[in-house]
Design a binder for this molecule. Structure first.
Ligand code: ADP
Ligand code: MG
Length: 563
């Protein structure tokens, strides 16, 4: 065999590894879930590639995961006959490439263990969790379809570096051997492993085998180990709902999402008829660290007739729902479907509309039935959802009904008022939905533009998120009511005033005609026009921009960007 080579882990990988191990010591057992999850993914990938080239099966298409242990040696092995890895795969996936954005993420960590361990939960625990219980990990792997002597052995103690050497491996796939730490040899135990597989990996679609010790009264007196499948080995979404526990759903979420928090909610639907598919969609409880990276992978896995086709099937959900994770299993699409084909397929459009409707409907239901839980969703993902009206014109009212805002009538800066509530309590005579945009709550809440509205008891939305001004630009109306920026143009406040006020206002305009003319003259080069207004009660004067001019907040943003 070729000589052994030593390579260093990428700095970010090292840091992440260290952090992870320290935030997971109280939940060590999840390493097994992660390694079985990877083995199952590897089987999925092989089945997919074999659609084009069934030679990859090498005569063995019974995909499975085998777990074995040696109590005396203190080792545990997890072996699959999935796709396997070649040398480049091993170097890239197990050591040198960190996910994009990792370095930036790490720079945000505070050093406060508790806070950081919450943040790191967004990362996906993955392969490195093996080092929670092992002081040495050996990976032997061969990619399906490659020669037996093209296999590699990777080995590491999880500190600074790892070694690589070429080996021979007759069977394709990956065998991972954990050399358990002294304190963790308890995992080399049949009963323990069986209960962990049941707990964490029951939903895995391939069988997970564990040797079953038979009684020793065989002819030769030796105990025999016969592998026995421990899990149900049936894709979770194909089972009937009544047969799936909440725990199963939550574990499956962790498998598909690589998130180690529990999901906020899930939607499991089987549809037959014009479209024939099953979907199991999840809304996470926490936004991933890369939610603002538009190139980041998204979370929908596509299956066709239970065969895994691709991760990150972005055609089935719009960008503003990019936080949704889960599985779509279609019976209509062809098994040879590719990303290029998906772009032209008419079915895709229908499936996409159906999934969007499903997600929006269940958010609506959540908002109605569990407003507090909905609020936590809004706080995590509201900014993403606000991209909706621009991206999905046909659903804009439905999406807008899910929005929550701080207003002049809500408490503090919490975004808690929905547009339906706003409209329901509009004052008599009020025709528009009023809003003000600005950089932060303090600035908008104290704006003189709000004086009149406060005095009239008219509620104004206080919009302080970056996307807001752009969002109202696309939304323009809700429930037949136009949106109106209180700092812009004529406000149509007349209907809000009683007749005495109207007369008074007219009289004021009359008496101050001269003054207005003089001010207008003095400010000729600075402003377009000067007029007596009812929009102020305490302040003597304010600047407004024309109805169709850019808002002040947007202008400042553009100026800051050098435009
Ligand atoms: P993730 O599963 O989120 O991609 P992991 O850290 O669990 O992250 O695994 C990293 C990568 O290593 C996987 O994406 C895969 O490419 C590779 N890998 C891990 N385990 C296996 C395996 N048993 N067979 C083939 N590839 C594997
Ligand atoms: Mg993984």
């Amino acid at each position: 065999a070729a000589s052994k080579e030593t390579l260093g882990f990428k700095t970010e990988v090292k840091q992440l590894l260290h952090l992870m191990i320290h935030s997971l010591y109280s939940n060590k057992e999840i390493f097994l879930r992660e390694l079985i999850s990877n083995a199952s993914d590897a089987c999925d990938k092989l089945r997919f590639e074999a659609l084009q080239n069934d030679g990859l099966y090498e005569g063995d298409s019974e995909l499975a995961v085998h777990i074995d242990f040696d109590k005396d040696a203190g080792t545990l092995t997890i072996e699959d006959n999935g796709i396997g890895m070649n040398r480049d795969d091993v170097v890239n996936h197990l050591g040198t490439i960190a996910k994009s954005g990792t370095a930036e993420f790490l720079s945000k960590l505070s050093g406060d263990q508790k806070k950081d361990s919450q943040l790191i939960g967004q990362f996906g625990v993955g392969f490195y969790s093996a080092f929670i219980v092992a002081d040495k990990v050996t990976v032997e792997t061969r990619r399906a379809g490659e020669a037996a002597d093209a296999a590699v052995r990777w080995e590491s103690a999880g500190e600074g570096d790892f070694t690589l050497e070429s080996i021979e491996k007759a069977k394709r796939g990956t065998r991972i051997t954990l050399h358990l730490k002294k304190d963790d040899v308890e995992f080399a135990d049949s009963f323990r492993l069986r209960s962990l597989i049941k707990k964490y990996s029951d939903h895995i679609a391939v069988p997970v085998f564990l040797p079953q010790e038979t009684s020793t009264d065989d002819a030769d007196g030796e105990a025999k180990k016969i592998p026995e499948a421990v899990n149900q080995a049936k894709a979770l979404w194909t089972r009937s709902k009544s047969d799936i526990s909440d725990e199963d759903y939550k574990e499956f979420y962790k498998h598909v999402s690589h998130d180690w928090n529990e999901p906020l909610l899930w939607m499991h639907n089987k549809v037959e008829g014009k479209l024939d598919y099953t979907s199991l969609l999840y809304i996470p409880a926490k936004a991933p660290f890369d939610i603002w990276n538009r190139e980041a992978t998204r979370g929908l896995k596509l299956y066709v007739q239970r065969v895994f086709i691709m991760d990150d099937a972005e055609q089935f959900l719009p960008l503003y729902l990019r936080f949704v994770k889960g599985v779509l299993d279609s019976n209509d699409l062809s098994l040879n479907v590719s990303r290029e084909i998906l772009q032209q397929d008419k079915q895709v459009e229908s499936l996409r509309s159906a999934l969007v409707k499903r997600v929006l409907d269940s958010l609506e239901k959540l908002a109605k039935n569990e407003p507090e839980k909905y609020q936590t969703f809004w706080n995590e993902f509201g900014d993403v959802l606000k991209e909706g009206p621009a991206e999905d014109f046909s659903n804009r009212e439905k999406i807008a009904a899910l929005f929550r805002f701080a207003t002049t009538k809500s408490e503090g800066e919490a975004q808690s008022v929905g547009l339906e509530d706003y409209v329901a309590r509009m004052r008599e005579g009020q025709k528009k939905i009023y809003y003000i945009t600005g950089e932060n709550y303090a600035a908008v809440a104290s704006s003189p533009h709000l004086e009149y509205f406060r005095s009239k008891g008219v509620e104004v939305l206080l919009l302080t998120d970056r996307v807001d001004e752009w969002m109202v630009g696309h939304l323009t109306e809700f429930n037949g009511k136009l949106f109106q920026d209180v700092t812009k143009g004529e406000l149509d406040l007349d209907d809000l005033a009683d007749s005495a006020e109207k007369e008074q206002q007219q009289a004021l305009a009359e008496t101050h005609k001269d003054l207005v003319e003089r001010v207008q003259k003095a400010l000729e080069s600075e402003v377009k026009t000067v007029r007596v207004t009812s929009r102020l009660t305490d302040s003597p004067a304010c600047l407004v921009v024309g109805q169709y001019d850019m808002g002040g907040h947007m202008r400042r943003l553009l100026e800051a960007a050098g435009q």
